[in-house]
Design a protein around this ligand. Structure first.
Ligand code: ADP
Ligand code: MG
Length: 320
């Protein structure tokens, strides 16, 4: 027995890589008994991320979503099954969040360029605001088509696609027999199993001190997403312009510095972290309280930390 196990024990190790993708960084980290198979599994996750990016990037002219944005106001456009399902899921989350999550934010969102420090002027925001309403996106399941009911409507899956990437990445690893892994795309992470006998320690960034961690959560087998106003932004005349848009105003959402959501599914935690950010502390945490499998931690604009109902506060934990 011992002799048979030894060669495996000697070769088994943690493997991984991190690469710039989807305008952020994608990373894969896993334990494998067989390093060669482990490295192949890491590659498979990056290939999957690249494939999904080609379906869902609005920066790529030839992506499926770009075709929908060009043509869906003129009539039904057939979508691939995955894109269709993700749009459908996005619309469900719009209903759940009373429009805080809205993929048609892109009508205004397309006028931002954070690297070039460009934001839409007041007149543009005002006219594009007319095109923000998830109800303009009509789906037909039988023909699997998407139609926009108004000219000028645009969609962007940036608030949910990275969650899909990490969920798919973990699926791939699982089918390859991996049992301990972490896949991250930007602010979205999905954990498979634990860190071999210990929980994974996932840090939530301090929203105003780069490189500092506000708190660390011990998690296993779970998804965790953080949305912050420090990912893609610039400051101008005391106003922070960042990538999370309040659909009711067409402006960057204010009031919260970061919103973290964790639970069983990364597609959902991704969309919900964006949603809680938009909804703010009270509305956001009340929405999360109605979802038994999901919890949230919000850091507001004063740096105060708020926890959803199902979470024990750190003080309580120490007191027990
Ligand atoms: P990250 O991209 O850093 O992981 P989020 O998950 O919070 O951050 O997603 C932010 C992205 O979601 C934005 O870059 C944009 O593509 C998209 N987005 C912005 N506002 C909204 C909104 N109100 N509803 C849905 N998606 C949004
Ligand atoms: Mg999100």
């Amino acid at each position: 027995m011992v002799l048979l196990l030894l060669p495996f024990a000697v070769n088994a190790e943690w493997l991984g890589d991190a690469r710039p993708m989807m305008g952020t960084e994608v990373s894969v980290y896993l334990w494998s008994d067989d390093p060669e198979a482990g490295l192949a599994a890491v590659e498979a996750v990056f290939r999957e991320a690249d494939r999904i990016d080609h379906l869902m990037s609005t920066y790529k002219e030839d992506s499926e979503i770009s075709k929908i944005n060009r043509e869906a106001a003129d009539g039904p456009v057939r979508a691939g099954e995955e894109l269709y399902q993700l749009i459908e899921r996005s619309l469900e989350i719009s209903v759940l969040t009373q429009g805080a999550f809205d993929i048609t934010y892109e009508s205004v969102g397309q006028h931002f360029d954070f690297r070039a420090r460009r934001h839409p002027d007041e007149a543009t925001v005002k006219s594009e605001l007319e095109n923000i309403n998830f109800r303009y996106v009509q789906l037909d399941a039988a023909s699997r088509t998407v139609t926009f009911q108004k000219q000028g409507v645009r969609i962007n899956l940036g608030g949910i696609a990275k969650g899909y990437v990490v969920e798919r990445g973990i699926d791939i690893l699982r089918t390859k027999g991996i049992r301990n892994a972490m896949v991250t795309a930007g602010g979205d992470t999905r954990l498979l199993g634990d860190r071999r006998g210990r929980p994974w320690m996932v840090g939530i960034r301090d929203p105003r001190r780069e490189g500092k961690v506000a708190m660390t959560l011990p998690l296993q087998n779970e998804a965790v997403s953080t949305s912050g106003d420090y990912e893609r932004y610039f400051d101008e005349d005391g106003v922070r312009y960042h990538h999370i848009i309040q659909p009711s105003t067409g402006l960057s959402a204010s009031g919260v510095h970061s919103a973290t959501v964790f639970g069983p599914d990364a597609v959902t935690t991704d969309a919900l972290s964006t949603s809680v950010f938009v909804m703010g502390v009270d509305h956001g945490l009340r929405m999360i309280a109605a979802l038994p499998d999901y919890e949230s931690i919000v850091i507001d604009a004063e740096g105060r930390v708020f926890y959803s109902d199902g979470l024990e506060q750190p003080e309580d934990r120490e007191a027990k």
